[in-house]
Design a protein around this ligand. Structure first.
Ligand code: SF4
Ligand code: SF4
Length: 393
């Protein structure tokens, strides 16, 4: 029943945005892949659905849930390391005009570290829009007031701003005085005629689980227009998950602990309070926020207890990552990974003369996919990663 509901919702979403559906959802291989994922059939056809661009490798925030912000020698901070602080425009043009990319029209996601720190961020988005790609950019919002006009003029489709709580709490979690800047930037964007759809993303952790509805009220009082307010459970790799993962001995898929530190402790989430907050969130009907979405969409206290737990046991339904078959992430220096929180496994480099197709179908990529199939599309280090948690829902 659950899967049928997911299928119906999947087609409902496609019907709501037919132009997007024709390009991105209904082409046969993509449709097959999505249905296989919803129904848990462990098979995927490699086809490039999305490209993550890491356009900078440094950040201006110090978020308590982030290995990069805290400069910890693990997790995403290892993956983001590269010689280049920002991606060269020539590399971006090469990706944008690559024949395989032009043919498959993947969704571009500009995220990780802080993309607004790139000196030519507006030009990057403009270049992608000239080739008719859909583009999302995720930011902590600190530079949004000064970059809002540039972004509006670039033709950006979606802007995701991270906001994790009311003013003081958010600033404490993010390690900088950023709440008011993010709101000011959104207000500025709201004032332009042509502007991106604005989504807010809140990461639910042990620091803010009891402030979720208060945050929606606060944003509503600011009078800003929001397309989607996403509440996303914290992603992490605990020591227990790391050990279970690495004992498998697959050298390409070794993983380090990630996100867990003295501030971030999933088992400190009070499940009774979180359960109540999530129920209230689902019932809220704010005027200025079109949609509230909770990721993953799990609804029982038992499942919530399983999620916010250092053990990181597999969850029903959310146990299938398809990204190694559908996505690449390009770092500032042209090195290609599958994802920004994935295993530290390079598929190749776009700066050594390779094109996107040759990297996406490289022997290394194929080898990884073969190994990944052996582990049923979800290793012990994958169970709290966005790859499985944000599965078609
Ligand atoms: S803004 Fe993003 S990259 Fe920067 S510290 Fe925060 S979570 Fe990490
Ligand atoms: S869930 Fe997917 S993206 Fe995440 S670590 Fe596993 S394979 Fe990589």
């Amino acid at each position: 029943m659950y899967r049928i509901k997911k299928t119906l919702f999947f087609f409902y979403k496609a019907l709501k945005h037919p132009a997007n559906a024709i390009k991105h959802i209904l082409p046969l291989k993509r449709l097959i892949n999505n249905l296989f994922q919803i129904y848990g059939i462990r098979y995927q056809l490699p086809v490039l659905d999305s490209i993550i661009l890491c356009v900078t490798n440094f950040c201006n925030a110090h978020c308590l849930m982030c290995d990069i912000g805290l400069n910890h020698d693990k997790g995403m901070n290892i993956l983001q390391r590269s010689e280049k602080r920002e991606m060269d425009f020539e590399l971006l043009k090469k990706i944008s005009n690559d024949p395989y990319v032009l043919k498959h029209k993947p969704f571009f996601n500009i995220l990780m570290t802080e993309p607004l720190l790139h000196s030519r961020i507006g030009a990057i988005v403009k270049e992608l829009k000239e080739n008719n790609y859909q583009v999302n950019l995720t930011t902590n919002g600190f530079l949004l007031p000064e970059k809002a006009q540039e972004l509006a003029e670039s033709g950006l489709d979606y802007l995701q701003v991270s906001i994790d709580g009311p003013i003081e709490l958010h600033n404490r979690i993010r390690g900088i005085d950023v709440f008011r800047k993010a709101i000011e930037g959104i207000k500025k964007l709201n004032s332009f005629n042509a502007k991106p759809l604005i989504n807010i993303n809140c990461v639910i952790t042990n620091l803010n689980f009891s402030y979720l509805t208060k945050l929606v009220d606060k944003i509503e009082r600011e009078g800003i227009l929001i397309n989607q307010f996403k509440f996303q459970f914290m992603y992490f790799v605990s020591e227990a998950m790391q050990k279970r993962n690495n004992v498998l001995g697959v050298k390409e898929m070794m993983q380090s602990e990630s996100t867990i530190n003295k501030y971030m402790m999933p088992d400190k989430v009070n499940i009774d309070i979180l359960y109540k907050e999530l129920q209230e969130l689902r019932a809220m009907k704010p005027h200025n926020i079109q949609q509230i979405r909770i990721i993953p969409d799990i609804r029982s206290k038992k499942e919530l207890r399983n999620y916010f737990n250092f053990k990181g046991e597999k969850m029903p339904y959310y146990d299938y990552c398809a990204w190694p078959f559908r996505q690449i992430a390009v770092k500032t220096d042209g090195v290609v990974l599958f994802h920004t929180r994935c295993f530290n496994y390079s598929l190749g480099s776009l700066l050594d003369g390779s094109c996107v197709r040759s990297v996406f179908f490289s022997l290394k990529a194929k080898y990884f996919r073969k190994q990944f199939k052996r582990y049923k599309f979800c290793l012990p280090a994958c169970t709290r990663c966005c790859g499985v948690v944000s599965k078609v829902s």
